[in-house]
Design a protein around this ligand. Structure first.
Ligand SMILES: Cc1cc2nc3c(=O)[nH]c(=O)nc-3n(C[C@H](O)[C@H](O)[C@H](O)COP(=O)(O)OP(=O)(O)OC[C@H]3O[C@@H](n4cnc5c(N)ncnc54)[C@H](O)[C@@H]3O)c2cc1C
Length: 305
């Protein structure tokens, strides 16, 4: 990855003026291309189209780093309403959440209450909720809360990032709870004191974690667009006699649609992470930081009515 463009797009992702402008033209640029829509209702036709192809979805209401209690409450209610709509519409969809959008940076008791409200509703409708992993400084708090919630609720999972040095130990610690884990490379800019920064080192650790988690027998998600990681997972599963229904591939909405369909046709479980909401700009800039050629999604969106 070109470090300069990565830093540049990560810088842009935090620019308030651009964020405000993006919300104003968000509808035409982003809807149906990199996000499902600016609200959950408008994402439903896109979810149904994927479900018809046998591809499952996890939806995420965009927004993070909330510092206002009222906003955190609104985000919680949004999540609960989304779970109710998933059930009413019979969508094959799970939900992903970011703890900072539900109040992690305000008060741990507040975010715990919000997560319990969400998970009670999720249990009622049998919808799994995955807690996304944010930056390293929030990793311990996220895993602590996940472990606590997992003892009360069955349908909750979380994410482990291969770029963090701590991740193998985290998997060891989490193992006794039989957790649903999504394995990813990691999307944030982290210090070299806590994370691998070289692409090859991240990939090596990713492979190690994939093997470790698949060997536990616990259902696991491998979330990547990287062909070499997909190939590695397929080969490993074959060598270790791990059935295809013990894991799934996950990709972001709008990326590698052909690969998603090919994997499905080969008999693998495929789930698409579909963000929705008007706060899409920071999300999009992080995707550009990973792969500047993703700009084509925005250009495609601009020409769409
Ligand atoms: C479903 C899902 C959920 C995620 N959740 C989290 C989370 O909770 N926390 C977190 O920190 N991160 C999360 N991420 C992001 C993740 O950490 C990575 O930043 C992101 O997926 C990029 O890494 P990669 O493995 O996809 O491949 P990259 O390292 O971006 O790319 C490697 C190679 O893959 C190929 N490739 C990649 N993208 C494309 C493309 N669009 N078209 C064609 N070829 C391509 C290219 O050959 C490229 O060189 C999530 C990712 C996914 C897919």
């Amino acid at each position: 990855m070109d470090a300069l463009s990565r830093d540049f797009f990560l810088f842009l992702s935090k620019n308030r003026g651009l964020n405000y402008m993006a919300r104003r033209w968000g509808k035409s640029v982003a809807s149906g291309t990199i996000i499902g829509g600016i609200d959950f209702e408008s994402s439903i036709p896109h979810i149904k189209r994927l479900n018809e192809k046998g591809i499952q979805v996890t939806v995420d209401h965009l927004g993070e780093f909330v510092t206002d209690i009222q906003v955190a409450k609104e985000r919680t209610q949004e999540c609960i309403t989304t779970i109710q709509t998933i059930a009413a519409e019979k969508l094959d969809t799970q939900v992903s959440v970011k703890l900072t959008s539900l109040g992690l940076d305000i008060d741990i008791n507040l975010v715990r209450d919000h997560m319990r409200d969400i998970l009670r509703e999720a249990t009622k409708h049998e919808v799994l909720v995955t807690i996304d992993m944010e930056n390293e400084s929030r990793c311990q708090a996220t895993l602590d809360l996940f472990t606590e919630l997992k003892q009360e609720f069955k349908l909750v999972g979380t994410v482990i990032q291969a770029y963090l040095f701590r991740s193998e130990n985290d998997l060891n610690d989490l193992n006794e709870h039989q957790p649903f884990i999504r394995l990813v490379k990691g999307a944030y800019k982290e210090e070299a004191s806590v994370a691998h920064t070289e692409k090859q080192d991240i990939s090596e650790n990713f492979k190690k974690l994939i093997q470790k988690q698949l060997e536990t027998g616990i259902y696991t998600a491998v979330a990547t667009h990287d062909d070499s990681m997909i190939q590695y997972t397929k080969q490993l599963a074959e060598e270790l006699n791990i059935p295809k229904d013990q894991f799934e591939f996950q990709m972001l909405y709008g990326m590698r649609a052909k690969t998603q369909e090919d994997l499905k046709a080969e008999g693998y479980n495929v789930r698409i992470y579909m963000p929705y909401g008007d706060d899409w700009y920071g999300y999009f800039m992080r995707r550009l930081a990973e792969k500047p050629s993703n700009i084509s999604f925005a250009l495609k969106g601009l020409t769409k009515k």
